[in-house]
Design a protein around this ligand. Sequence first.
Ligand SMILES: N[C@H](CCC[C@H](N)C(=O)O)C(=O)O
Length: 280
Amino acid sequence: MKFTKMHGLGNDFVIIAGETRLPVEAGKLARNICDRHTGIGADGLVYILPSAIADFRMRILNADGSEAEQCGNAVRCVALYYYERISGARQALTVETQAGVQRVWLEGDGMDRLVRVDMGRPVLASKDIPAAVEGETVVDRTLQVNNRGEERAYTFTAVSMGNPHAVIEVEDARGYPLEQWGPLVETHPYFPNKTNVEFITIRSRDEMDMRVWERGVGQTMACGTGACAALVASVLRGRADRRALVHLKGGDLLIEWNEEDGRVYMTGPAVTVFEGEWNR
Ligand SMILES: N[C@H](CCC[C@H](N)C(=O)O)C(=O)O
């Protein structure tokens, strides 16, 4: 089976095109392919499939085999793939995801190819995130976690971009011990479908640092939907303007929560690394 390895700011994916549907046991295949010692190695396995309502459909499986509703960095990668190998001249595309149809525009050229994605409207209703927290929305709420006897109370804001996110402002996101605390928030009882976890430090009203512990993956170099959720949460909390640069471990994403249409736009790079053959 031929594959293409791509990444968005170091959040890396194995891309499979040409199939009409996910294979049986797609989760097991994702675990095998994503294993960084015995497989190809990636944060996720992504399929480009036919669509009746968009140029193509994208489905993504996390490294643990779970399917996610949405993936911002992967949308930029598959849009570049489709443009370079299939669509040619057209630089405006539509992608069907589990979170709806998204518009994508390819900008720039060559190695500094940038991709702008309409990530849709954020979902803020607690029941739709979903978050088992009383109240209509989940802004500045508290959750307790216990790490081998050490208690911590986090103030968090929950936002869905199709997939759930818990955004937590901390003193120093860059140095935050994600490995210890990320999984405890990811699997907290407040989140029936688990959650992605973003630790952020606000630098100014249009700049923030972010580190992410992803649901079903662990710490990644970047998370597109997470950056969108972090911007939305920061606007809701009065901590940021509607357009900000999010500094991730792997690089920067420009995120805008448009006031007119209520949609979130993400602009960032996508890179093709290599092609290969998976024989197992
Ligand atoms: N782990 C995520 C899916 C990948 C999201 C991330 N890689 C992005 O760029 O948005 C989840 O289970 O919701």
